[in-house]
Design a protein. Structure first.
Length: 74
């Protein structure tokens, strides 16, 4: 349904600015990250204590940040 709504917006606007496309892509990726995080977090909550879960998710975020900073972007 969201794809259809996005298609209608593009047809109605005819010319879409780069800023709007960037905002839309950022918003969509943020929503997908939130959905993925919530799904994983709720499943893991049944297996671990709340403190263990927070520590493991934080370590995972730090590993991803470290990889992003060390791998060259070109």
């Amino acid at each position: 349904m969201a794809t259809g709504i996005g298609g209608i917006i593009v047809i109605l606007l005819k010319k879409v600015s780069d800023r709007f496309v960037g905002f839309s892509m950022g918003f969509a990726s943020g929503v997908m990250l939130l959905v993925s995080f919530n799904d994983l977090f709720l499943k893991a909550e049944g297996l671990l204590t709340h403190l263990e879960l927070i520590i493991i998710f934080s370590l995972g975020a730090l590993v991803i940040m470290a990889l992003d900073l060390t791998i060259p972007h070109s």
